[in-house]
Design a protein. Structure first.
Length: 123
């Protein structure tokens, strides 16, 4: 599951409602041990538009182009699709990195690297 990591809300009431909705969604998938990945808005925009501070209409346009849609999707739908595409691309890339690292380095070497770097990265 991929979800947007919210860092700013315009008013306290919206922040509380958004926090409750995110919490409920995360709890729902954690019951089934589904891993949750969080992405900032800038990460999603960078992955989809190529610019971390892109406008909403730019995200909508790129979603329309990338998914070959006939019409411009509503902004909320475009945001959800953008998060899904960002996650799919990130997951694919990380899986490829892990596969190549395992081919190149035996497990004991990777373990030593992880220990030496104090687990600042994972493969």
């Amino acid at each position: 599951m991929a979800i947007e990591n919210v860092f700013l809300a315009r008013n306290p009431d919206s922040a509380l409602k958004l926090g409750q909705a995110r919490g409920a969604a995360i709890c729902a998938v954690m019951v089934d041990n589904i891993p949750v990945s969080e992405y900032t808005a800038n990460q999603v925009k960078q992955a989809i538009v190529g610019k971390g501070h892109a406008a909403k209409n730019q995200v909508q346009h790129m979603i329309k182009v990338l998914l070959n849609l006939n019409d411009m999707p509503p902004s909320d739908a475009a945001d959800a699709l953008a998060i899904a595409l960002c996650h799919a691309n990130t997951r694919k890339t990380m899986t490829e990195f892990k596969s190549k690292a395992q081919q190149r380095y035996p497990a004991e070497i990777l373990g030593a690297i992880r220990g030496r770097r104090k687990k600042r990265f994972t493969l």
